[in-house]
Ligand binder design. Sequence first.
Ligand code: NAD
Ligand code: IPM
Ligand code: MN
Length: 368
Amino acid sequence: MASFKLLLLPGDGIGTEVMDEVTRLIEWANGTGAISIETETDLIGGCAYDEHGEAISEAAMQTAHAADAVMLGAVGGPKWDGVPYDKRPEAGLLRLRKDLQLFANLRPAICYPALAEASSLKRELVEGLDIMIVRELTGGVYFGEPKEITDLGNGQKRAVDTQVYETYEIERIAAVAFDLARKRGNLVHSAEKRNVMKTGVLWNEVVTKVHKDSYSDVKLEHILADNCAMQLVRAPKQFDVIVTDNLFGDVLSDEAAMATGSLGMLPSASLGAADENGMRPAMYEPVHGSAPDIAGQGKANPIATIASFAMCLRYSFDQGELADKIEAAIANVLDQGLRTGDIAQKGCKTVGTREMGDAIIASLNNAS
Ligand code: NAD
Ligand code: IPM
Ligand code: MN
């Protein structure tokens, strides 16, 4: 039986609540006899800062490097608003992404049939929606230097962030997007702002070349990122795969989430390059944050994190069948009319995080 090491980093706020449900799914997966997942748990974010004075400790970083995959809940919250910039909770997450070289962030936005009415968009716009946002995750304005605030001494300050991309970074994320498109709808939209940004000009040029050289069988459309944002709420089903930079990908994926009903529904996989044995560093996390407004109340939707665990089973542990079962169980409980508050609907039963987890596990047990 295949055996894997998984590092759990629940983090802050609702991160710990949604991760509790994942630990129960890990027990379920181990119970199937198809796989053996050994877990370790550590701190990240504000809780790590409180304990170690850093948003992630060196020991946790080493465990992450040694693990086959990492599952993360969420980081951040108002409690840490005043901490030094390089020690803020989000810095731990960014360090993990950068140090593990997780350059490819896959953010699938799927509208489950039962949730077509839960979206803020009209049913006919979102029914059957299945988009994959491929976000570049280790470059761009998140990491470019200089990144600083300078005191100009005249009562004014100057803040600088730098957007940097090199050819190889665009080539490898474009290849990920085209490979995915081949297994899906065979269409890639590449979103940038070549009309105002040099990085947009290079992005467009490199994606065009990768397409011409190796993927001319896939349909490629270039779209300006602002138009892409508008099209995502006008007619989201026109998209199959969207490939874009780190910052546009952050914003466009939160936007796409609303077509699925809630940010609480969107999972993600962050992947690095495969080594000679086909193993790639990987982290799985919901797209949402620590949701300070509902933290500690047992209300959070655990589906984004549970679906992220399904992606972990599929992409890191080669257990596509178990992943399919979890996704079918999610669809099943939604069909049964169970809803957390964020996707609450008339005629449906509103439940908490634990009850939603219970129902998904019950559905898995009933199916087997
Ligand atoms: P957020 O995603 O935490 O919350 C936005 C809104 O969505 C809130 O109203 C929240 O209640 C709701 N929401 C989010 N997830 C939900 C869920 N699972 N179930 C039900 N409702 C849910 O974004 P924010 O409020 O802008 O950020 C809060 C903190 O989280 C900040 O410190 C931010 O930096 C951090 N953050 C972390 C991550 C991460 O760890 N990957 C991602 C985004 C934001
Ligand atoms: C996300 C989050 C992060 C990001 C923050 C918390 C650093 O918003 O994963 O979408 O901006 O990438
Ligand atoms: Mn985000």
